[in-house]
Design a protein around this ligand. Sequence first.
Ligand code: SF4
Length: 230
Amino acid sequence: MPANPQVSEIDRQILTLPKGRNKVLLHSCCAPCSGEVMEAMLASGIDYSIYFYNPNIHPKREYEIRKEENIRFAQAHGIDFIDADYDVDNWFERVKGMEWEPERGIRCTECFDMRFERTALYAAENGFDTITSSLGISRWKNMAQINDCGQRAAARYPELVYWTYNWRKGGGSARMIEISKREEFYQQEYCGCIYSLRDTNHHRRQNGREKIEIGVKFYTHDDLKKEENL
Ligand code: SF4
């Protein structure tokens, strides 16, 4: 169960896995996105572990911060955390020629494919029958694109399925932010790769805003308290 009753449980549904499934490997992209996914599965008694494979995140400092936040939260809930390789060279090789593609385009498809292929391989080799991901909870992402990539990866192994549950449903999006504030998670300000950092900074410059500073922005308890007192 969640550690803090401030998070509204009123809309939380009891989740059921796809038929005949009972062990999930959750690909996690970061703590803010996976916080709600983790607590939703815990509340439904689903057996799962976290798989952190995100060689798309640059620079390395940003990668380490995102990963450490996720480890901290997994430990607090007693959930297994599998820390996979940071094979960043392979990631750059995979998206070569797509450096100027827009977010949600073909570079992102390759990026999701790469992360899900490794997740599916680990799942198949380690007794998981289901994979899913926290990536789809973000409203910045294209859920259909993520589901396609996840299902393509799972289809490599006959015993594996990708669970396409929409984590935004039933108040999931709101709880994702609420949990992030409660836990004071690091608040990343771009998707992850250097191309998304470049493009986000470009957009900021055009709108008269400062460029992103790595490692400085965190959600706070105070934001949560302010909302409760409104
Ligand atoms: S924008 Fe995000 S999903 Fe797309 S390639 Fe970069 S890190 Fe991957």
